[in-house]
Design a protein around this ligand. Structure first.
Ligand code: NDP
Ligand code: GDR
Length: 356
């Protein structure tokens, strides 16, 4: 660790992981700089509780406008903030959306990572600043080996995964070529009450809450048979931080080692709001879930199927256990319950409106 003050620069600070990481680093005594995008409406909802008025002396959390597609901006931000650790979390992170916006996804997720590494080089910060890259289990894509570890071959199955594959290798290359302390965290899916509403777990827990309160009629989902290794985001950001505290940079899988299907997650979430579901036809040849009394609540909709799917992700976190002393704590069943509970609270507090 470079000596002296700890200064972190977090790209993607307004996202799920950015919000948890900023909180963790502030608790650890860091000065934290977060990069947020300009948007026409507020996008800082997840970090409202840690926001500090910049006019007040001694503020340790600062927000800056920025974008991964603008190298001039990234160079200036690194120059102004002089971080000792950079956490590159910003990304167009939605796999399905990456099929609609492949070029933008490559620009932000792949070239954006290169821009940030180059900013470090241009400013001569190869030795004074450490770098964390938000790599992903999506790199494994088409199943080559189960469970997946740091040595499993990659086979990306989406423009998102292909962009993240470039980012993974450019990080490895800059580590080897320029001696930068740069590490890839190959993180399996991690969720929380702060998860984006269009990712499947949160889409399900919000819908279960809304349907139980009669605020939504039906939930449309895609492939229910995909299996994911779901952990709690709060615990995973701690793993990111641990990677940058090691003497040597390296690449690590963070995962629980347990896979659950989307179908099972649906059943748990609805169970948690007291709705028992039965699998049956919902009309024509569509399939879905209905209640015993015949009210059909969930329908499979082909529009949510991906052109190429990742069927099974299950990680082997043995290296992170042994070298980082990192372990996940929250079982996936408990995670689902927490997310449903938080969504129920949000819905109960919100003004009555039907949520399509
Ligand atoms: P989110 O989608 O919640 O957050 C993404 C963040 O990136 C947001 O702050 C978003 O800003 C920002 N962002 C998007 N595009 C740009 C851009 N062009 N320039 C600057 N900022 C941008 O993702 P998560 O927090 O869930 O994930 C964090 C990172 O980890 C991502 O890189 C993701 O790909 C990766 N990852 C996530 C996993 C998971 O299960 N959550 C697993 C493995 C990897 P805004 O709020 O304005 O949209
Ligand atoms: P994923 O997460 O693609 O794994 O990427 P997501 O929650 O979007 O999908 C998980 C699985 O659920 C299936 N699915 C649906 N998905 C969505 N979003 N909406 C649906 O209606 C739906 N129905 C079924 C998907 O087909 C898929 O198999 C996440 C992101 O956070 C990435 O940024 C990260 O890199 C990976 O996790 C690890």
């Amino acid at each position: 660790m470079p000596s002296g003050e700890k200064i972190a620069l977090i790209t993607g600070v307004t996202g799920q992981d950015g919000a948890y990481l900023a909180r963790l680093l502030l608790e650890q005594g860091y000065e934290v700089h977060g990069v947020k995008r300009r948007s026409s409406s507020f996008n800082t909802g997840r970090i409202e509780d840690i926001y500090q008025d910049p006019h007040v002396e001694g503020a340790r959390f600062h927000l800056h406008y920025g974008d991964m597609t603008d190298s001039t901006n990234l160079i200036r931000l690194v120059q102004q903030t002089r971080p000792t650790e950079i956490y590159n979390l910003a990304a167009q992170s939605h796999v399905q959306v990456s099929f609609e916006t492949p070029e933008y996804t490559a620009n932000a997720d792949a070239i954006g990572t290169l821009r940030l590494l180059e900013a470090m080089r241009i400013l001569g910060m190869e030795k004074s600043c450490r770098f964390y890259q938000a790599s992903t289990s999506e790199l494994y894509g088409l199943v080559q080996e189960v469970p997946q570890s740091e040595t499993t071959p990659f086979y990306p199955r989406s423009p998102y995964a292909a962009a993240k594959l470039y980012a993974y290798w450019i990080v490895v290359n800059y580590r080897e070529a320029y001696g930068i302390h740069a590490s890839n965290g190959i993180l399996f899916n991690h969720e929380s009450p702060l998860r984006g509403e269009t990712f499947v777990t949160r889409k399900i827990t919000r819908a279960a809450a809304a349907i139980s309160l009669d605020r939504q009629d039906r939930l449309y989902l895609g492939n229910l048979d995909a299996k994911r290794d779901w952990g709690h985001a709060r615990e995973y950001v701690r793993g990111m931080w641990l990677m940058l505290q090691q003497d040597q940079p390296d690449d690590y899988v963070l995962a629980t080692g347990e896979a659950t299907s989307v179908r099972t997650f649906v059943e748990w979430a609805f169970d948690d709001v007291g709705i028992t579901l039965e699998w049956r036809g919902t009309g024509a040849d569509e399939k879905g879930y209905c209640t015993k009394s015949g009210r059909c609540l969930i329908e499979v909709d082909r529009r949510y199927f991906r052109p190429t799917e990742v069927d099974l992700l299950i990680g082997n976190p043995a290296k992170a256990h042994a070298k980082l002393g990192w372990r996940h704590e929250t079982p996936v069943r408990e995670l689902a319950r927490e997310m449903v509970g938080e969504d129920l609270k949000i819905m109960q507090d919100a003004p009555i409106a039907k949520d399509a």
